[in-house]
Design a protein around this ligand. Structure first.
Ligand SMILES: Cc1cc2nc3c(=O)[nH]c(=O)nc-3n(C[C@H](O)[C@H](O)[C@H](O)COP(=O)(O)O)c2cc1C
Length: 222
């Protein structure tokens, strides 16, 4: 049991958020949204560790590479940054109604580490698109691998519609109601991460299917 001073010090420490733009494009709308999220996080007294998916770039997953012990440096970096932060936020484009392929590929590589780094990590999903739906279908698609991997995906997601017209020249969201919603969502997510970090009350084992028993054959159970 830690003493009172140590407990108070832990509470006072800023939370660390890995904020990833999942677009490789210069001038990306999702990068703009990710950078705005980083500003909101910092403004509220926490730390933002901004990353672009280009830092986590991986060759197409191939089990032969893995069995030879070859791990792409991008996957190592992704894992390192996940572990160095308390939670992660992804702003992702929607490609053909789903997740960009390079993002899913990097998640597949990272999912092979043990302990599996997404397990029990809190995640917030956001998207931006010129379309009227703001790329929201990509976020529903992203939930599937992340929830499968045991990430705690925050229920509220944020999708910026007509994003090519949504920002002010300074990079803020022009519509005041939407800007407030964006900020409120980040603050609510931060509060949850703070509670999870500082007031742990329950520990759960991650299993792929209810009733499953740890078994080396299924491999992913920890
Ligand atoms: C291969 C491809 C598929 C796309 N599919 C969709 C789509 O299904 N839904 C959508 O809203 N936008 C789609 N778009 C348009 C992107 O939303 C748009 O290019 C956006 O600006 C990409 O995000 P970024 O600005 O962060 O790079 C697609 C773009 C590409 C290149």
């Amino acid at each position: 049991m830690e003493n009172k001073e140590a407990f108070i010090k832990r509470q006072a420490e800023p939370l660390r958020f890995l904020i990833i733009s999942a677009s490789l494009r210069t001038g990306s709308l999702n990068t703009q949204l990710a950078k705005l999220a980083a500003q909101v996080i910092e403004k509220n007294g926490n730390k933002a560790d901004y990353a672009n998916m280009s830092e986590f770039d991986c060759p197409s997953f191939n089990g032969d590479l893995e069995s030879k012990g070859i791990i792409p440096p991008g996957a190592e970096e992704f894992r390192k940054r996940l572990l160095a932060n308390d939670a992660f936020i992804i702003t992702s484009p929607e490609y053909n109604g789903s997740i960009p392929g390079f993002l899913k590929n990097a998640v597949d590589w990272v999912s092979r580490f043990r302990p599996q780094p997404f397990n029990e990590r809190n995640a917030l999903l956001m998207s931006a698109s010129p379309s009227m739906a703001g790329g929201n279908r990509a976020l529903w698609s992203l939930r599937i691998p992340f929830e499968h991997l045991g990430a705690r995906v925050y229920p509220n997601m944020f999708s910026l519609a007509t994003a090519h017209k949504a920002f002010t020249p300074e990079g803020n969201i022009a519509d005041a109601t939407l800007a407030k919603r964006f900020e409120d969502n980040l603050i609510a997510f931060s509060s949850l991460v703070e509670a999870v970090k500082n007031y742990p009350c329950i520990k759960k084992a991650w299993v792929e299917f209810l009733g499953e028993r740890p078994d080396p054959v299924t491999e992913r159970v920890e």
